[in-house]
Ligand binder design. Structure first.
Ligand code: CP
Length: 307
């Protein structure tokens, strides 16, 4: 398969190969000359039908560090607004001899749909509330870097699990890697199928934090829900917000993660986000090496096919 559409299509060996490859690229991007020629014969299109800061820039940097040619497409300033379909848009871009497509799209399953209709590799950079595979890869890689190992680690994912592609991809990746996972958040923001994924719900944040080694804090995604679903912000902060005084009551020091963007003062206070507990910017740094690994491994398969 020459696509990365979701963590559900990967096994543990795939994940470990991506991490080992990312280790090598992390070393490369810390050198004075951060570039290697690995993808100099490939052209990659980054197609963003939804807003992004980290994922878009991280993919673009990863592609450039691998010497690929890169074109960027933002739906907001494109002919999508004149009624052009997704397939027509992408086939027009591919006719300019593009080899690989990175796509973020608001519709769950958009990457799978695209992969069935075009002749190019597709990387899912987030499809609605479904999956965000490269975020889960960089999150797991950052846990591995911080804690040496992922197997046996206890991870709690806190917040709006229902609307979070980061939560689903993280749960799938962490379970395949042997971590124990719990989720914590309002029951109205918890998917009904959550326990079928092999995770337990812990409604009490302090209990969840006392149990875990790592807490991954998520933003409430108001943009994905009807206003009647919005939790009351003051009550949400009281029940599910992490602050320094809560962390100081815990029996041990835990690692705090967040995929970004952060709503400071809601799911996490600034004195936690910017503290020694937080690896939030390490996650962002690791995103480039992990995406280089994904691009490199997919490109190797394309080249093998081409003969
Ligand atoms: N974590 C993440 O996907 O951030 P962006 O939406 O800024 O890409």
């Amino acid at each position: 398969v020459n696509h990365l559409l979701g963590i559900k299509y990967l096994n543990e060996a795939d994940l470990q190969l991506i991490f080992k490859t990312a280790d090598q690229f992390k070393e490369v991007i810390n050198r004075p000359i951060k570039k290697v020629p690995s993808l100099r014969d490939l052209t990659i299109a980054n197609l963003f039908f939804e807003n992004s800061t980290r994922t878009r820039l991280s993919f673009e940097l990863a592609e450039k560090r691998l010497s690929a040619d890169v074109v960027n497409f933002s739906a907001a300033s494109s002919s999508v607004n004149k009624g052009e379909t997704l397939i027509d848009t992408v086939n027009n871009i591919l006719s300019m001899k593009v080899d690989m497509v990175v796509m973020r799209h608001p519709n769950p399953g958009a990457g799978v749909f695209l992969s069935k209709h075009i002749k190019a590799s597709v990387i899912n950079a987030g499809d609605g509330a479904h999956e965000h595979p490269t975020q889960a890869l960089l999150d797991a890689y950052s846990i591995r870097e911080q804690h040496s190992n992922i197997a046996g680690k206890k991870v709690v994912i806190v917040g709006d699990i229902l609307h979070s592609r980061v939560a689903l991809s993280n749960i799938l990746a962490l379970k395949k890697l042997g971590a124990e996972v719990k989720v914590c958040g309002p029951l109205s923001l918890m998917p009904k199928f959550i326990e079928t994924l092999g995770v337990k719900v812990e409604p009490n944040l302090e209990k969840a934090l006392n149990w875990c080694d790592i807490a991954n804090m998520l933003r409430v995604q108001n943009e994905r829900m009807d206003t009647s679903y919005f939790p009351n912000t003051r009550e949400y902060v009281q029940q599910y917000g992490v602050n320094k005084s809560l962390l100081s009551r815990l029996e041990k020091q835990i690692t705090i993660m967040h995929p970004g963007p952060i709503n400071r003062g809601v799911e996490i206070t600034s004195d936690v986000a910017d503290s020694e507990h937080s690896i939030i910017l390490n996650q962002v740094e690791n995103g480039v090496a992990v995406r280089m690994a994904v691009l490199y491994l997919l490109a190797s398969k394309i080249k093998a096919y081409a003969g």
